[in-house]
Design a protein around this ligand. Structure first.
Ligand SMILES: Cc1cc2nc3c(=O)[nH]c(=O)nc-3n(C[C@H](O)[C@H](O)[C@H](O)COP(=O)(O)OP(=O)(O)OC[C@H]3O[C@@H](n4cnc5c(N)ncnc54)[C@H](O)[C@@H]3O)c2cc1C
Length: 428
């Protein structure tokens, strides 16, 4: 064996597949029983539930390189949202790709006239430069950047906070403005999609060649790394393994433990509630934003979506699936959280909330890491203090699918001496 890759998330799978394609003998060790790490799906009472609510930006440059999008059976999500104001709603979004928002854009009270003009200017400013250049240069919190541009507090609180709160998993808009501009570019320059049959289709595609060659060992947790003169010994829950080189592609907290090095940069957690119902109280298929609380977390619901309106295959025939995102990990137990979320939903849907059946409550302790202004300068590189051991995973790049894929590409490139990939800028 030439290389052991620890972790079968997007980063580990990308690194392992690249190395295997280059002729290396690869062994992937995965602690769980499935591939995908944070990108996976499961079935519950006939419903397909993703791990949390996540979407695929098709414009991610690494997605174009690593995935065959035509084989993922993708369904495009409208690049728009419905701001829920009690029982009413206001639509906002990209009018070129969702013309249904045009009347709302003209009349919405969540926007001032100036906000409408500024949206155009902001979109134009991110469209004219290569995307990766948006990640470089001086940085500031997103709220400061948008405030400096002249956006009103109302649109910050009602739209930007919950919409980008759903992406960066914090709604105070304290995330790097550089990253905000990069994600906005991704949103505007390509479709946002979901695989019809669940996000796990994505990791399944990355894993397929490795699965066929029998390169992945499941339920194998790496416990300790011991470098020696011929390579590295990996102590696992299934026994001892040896290889000349190792890539650690776990989540950042696990990588920090394995490497004995402070490569974790903290965790942002999020919580999801999945509801089933026979008759949906809402026909809205767009993302639902909860403006209550503004830039703070005083409401539980940040955003929600009737996923089965876009993807009927995610629910049994005649039933509907609602996914609710709560940011952080509330101190309420599951039953109390469910009751509190239902109370907020009843402001939108009244007594019809009683018909919702709770399918699952899911808490994800490490969904992303915080990406405050200047975060990129603090990230660990691929080399570690252990000889023969490289680090991959989103923590070396940015917390998302692009970051995970490009980190796997780069770790493999370092082993293969592939200078072109090694020198590709972050986000390109
Ligand atoms: C709820 C949620 C929503 C998100 N939304 C989006 C989104 O909309 N768009 C986007 O771009 N990104 C999103 N992300 C982020 C994105 O999913 C992650 O950044 C990316 O999947 C991380 O991939 P990774 O390979 O670096 O790590 P992981 O996916 O964490 O993979 C690590 C793997 O290592 C395994 N492992 C851990 N320890 C060990 C060990 N000791 N031995 C063996 N194996 C081990 C784990 O089981 C796991 O399979 C979201 C994430 C979450 C959780």
């Amino acid at each position: 064996m030439d290389v052991i890759v620890i972790g079968a998330g997007l980063a580990g799978l990308t690194a392992a597949r690249t190395l295997q394609r280059a002729g290396k003998r690869v062994r992937v060790l995965e602690a769980s029983a499935v591939v995908g790490g944070r990108v996976q799906s499961r079935e519950r009472s006939g419903f397909t539930l993703d791990a949390g609510y996540q979407v695929l930006f098709e414009a991610y440059p690494a997605v174009e390189r690593q995935l065959d999008l035509s084989a993922l059976d993708l369904v495009r999500i409208p690049p728009s949202a419905a701001i829920r104001l009690g029982t009413k709603e206001e639509l906002l979004g990209d009018p070129r790709r969702d013309p249904g928002v045009i009347p709302g854009l003209l009349t919405a009270r969540s926007l001032t006239v100036k906000d409408r003009l500024l949206f155009g200017r902001l979109a134009a400013s991110v469209a004219v430069v290569p995307p990766h250049t948006l990640l470089t240069g001086p940085d500031e919190p997103t709220h400061a950047y948008l405030g400096r541009m002249g956006f009103s507090n109302t649109v910050l609180e009602r739209f930007f906070a919950p919409f980008f709160g759903g992406i960066f998993l914090r709604r105070d808009l304290s995330t790097s403005a550089r990253l905000f501009r990069y994600y906005l570019r991704m949103l505007l320059s390509g479709p946002v999609s979901l695989p019809r049959h669940g996000m796990s289709v994505l990791s399944g595609q990355l894993a397929s060649e490795l699965t066929s060659s029998g390169a992945i060992t499941f339920n194998a947790r790496a416990l300790k790394l011991t470098p020696h003169s011929r390579g590295v010994s990996v102590t696992t829950s299934l026994g001892e393994l040896d290889a000349p080189q190792v890539i650690v592609a776990t989540d950042p907290p696990s990588a920090a433990q394995l490497l004995g090095e402070d490569v974790s940069r903290g965790s942002v957690s999020s919580t999801y509630l999945y509801y089933a119902v026979d008759t949906a109280p809402d026909a809205q298929f767009r993302l639902l934003l909860n403006p209550v609380g503004g830039l703070g977390n005083s409401a539980l619901i940040n955003n929600a979506q009737w996923l089965s309106h876009l993807l009927p295959e995610r629910a049994p025939v005649g039933q509907h699936l609602l996914t609710v995102t709560v940011l952080g990990n509330p101190e309420l137990d599951d039953a109390a959280l469910d009751t509190a979320v239902r109370a907020e939903l009843s402001v939108w849907y009244g007594p019809q909330v009683a018909a919702l059946r709770t399918l699952a409550v899911e808490r994800i302790a490490h969904a992303q890491y915080p990406q405050s202004p200047g975060y990129a300068a603090q990230l660990p590189g691929h080399t570690t203090r252990l000889p023969g051991v490289l680090l991959a995973g989103e923590i070396t790049s940015m917390s998302g699918i692009q970051g995970a894929l490009e980190s796997g590409e780069r770790a493999a490139a370092i082993m293969l001496g592939d200078l072109a990939t090694m020198s590709r800028p972050r986000g390109a």
